[in-house]
Ligand binder design. Structure first.
Ligand SMILES: *Cc1c(COP(=O)(O)O)cnc(C)c1O
Length: 354
């Protein structure tokens, strides 16, 4: 039986994407060759790469606005370093909203000064800092739109007179935003777009080429743009499967339609967390993520019962991150409202058993 997959990443993808991807592994478009044995320079694969990049820009509403999309390797973690390599000359600002932004800061410090403009470390990152001041003259400001581990999400983005860089690994394509307010967006595929192995980077071209350092080719965004994301052999399976997910999203009605479904899922789950005395939410209400909902049992002695009931209902991947504990229900784009309903039923059954 197919499980209800609440895993934080790698995550659930649409069933039709699994099917099409597995067909292509056996035989790509009736070519008699597998997706993973053809040349990445073949017409078939070049078309796939171009389509994936075009779909990403189209869905984000960034076509014809000076942006380029790339599919790279090294995960979002390599972007922590690449962003700084390509953009950091003197000093950059980082909003510290959790472990991932912390890691981004650590990498950037290899290359220049980093100013932490705000942090929610004092309360184990259960909220988004507000009212912080952003110093003038930054090379860029770096944000993390959704904090996968703690279940917090930025609802508003600051206006700055510096390029705005955002790690959107765990909420890209999940909600409507004016994406043109960002100059660089990156996202590891495996949270909301595809399998692990590729990272989407969308950059406004005119922010590049401003640092004085020499950039090694593989870390240079300009090289990857010039080579159409084929500087070296791209991760063909991850790119193809991401492309299929983006097609699925487009056919569904794009981000506006997706957001409506995601809001329904989040409302359903959080209302149960709030009304059910057996559970407590972790993140501050106004900062709650629509993607990752974090909650705890009010009485830890109920853990065994709850875990067994979840297992029985076919629920997978609900354990919280080790730094937060408790539970985390990740409700990425491909997780159905029905799956959230199954979890909510188990939660209310817990209350009845009390
Ligand atoms: C998972 C995650 C990362 C790390 O992604 P990798 O692709 O494993 O390097 C970075 N940022 C956020 C917000 C994440 O959720």
């Amino acid at each position: 039986m197919k499980k209800h997959n609440f895993s934080a990443g790698p995550c659930v993808l649409p069933q039709e994407v699994f099917l099409k991807a597995s067909e292509a592994v056996m035989d790509l478009n009736g070519s008699g060759l597998s997706l993973i044995e053809i040349s990445h320079r073949s017409k078939d694969f070049i078309e796939i790469m171009e389509k994936a990049r075009a779909l990403a820009l189209e869905l984000l509403g960034l076509e014809g606005k000076g942006y380029k999309a790339m599919f790279l390797q090294g995960g979002a973690s390599l972007e922590f370093l690449m962003v700084a390599y390509n953009l950091l000359e003197h000093k950059a600002g980082y909003l510290n909203t959790g472990a991932w932004s912390d890691k981004a800061v650590k990498e950037a410090r290899f290359l220049g000064d980093v100013i932490e403009v705000g942090s929610s470390k004092d309360e184990n990152f259960n909220y988004i800092p507000k009212g912080y001041t952003i110093p003038k003259g930054l090379d860029y400001l770096h944000l993390t739109s959704n904090n996968t581990i703690y279940g917090t999400q930025l609802k508003k983005f600051p206006k700055v007179d510096a390029p705005l860089v955002c790690d959107m690994s765990s909420d890209i394509f999940s909600r409507q935003l004016d994406f043109s307010q960002f100059d660089l967006i990156y996202a590891g595929a495996q949270k909301n777009m595809g399998p692990a192995g590729t990272t989407l980077v969308v950059v406004k071209e005119d922010i590049l080429g401003k640092v004085s350092r020499k950039i090694p080719s593989i870390l240079d965004y300009k090289v990857h743009i010039d080579k159409d994301s084929m500087f070296n052999t791209p991760p063909v399976f991850a790119v193809y499967t991401s492309m299929l997910t983006l097609e699925w999203l487009k056919n569904l009605g794009g981000i506006p339609a997706m957001e409506e479904i995601n809001d329904k899922k989040a409302r359903l789950l959080y209302s149960e967390v709030d009304l059910n005395p057996v559970f407590n939410g972790f993140a501050k209400k106004e900062d709650r993520s629509t993607m990752n909902a974090t909650f705890n049992l009010t009485d830890d002695k109920l853990k065994e019962t709850f875990d067994a009931m979840c297992k029985e209902a076919g629920i997978n991947g609900l354990n919280g991150h080790r730094s937060v504990g408790g539970y985390r229900a990740s409700m990425y784009n491909a997780l159905s409202l029905g799956s959230v309903g199954v979890l909510v039923d188990v939660m209310s059954e817990m209350e009845r058993k009390g």
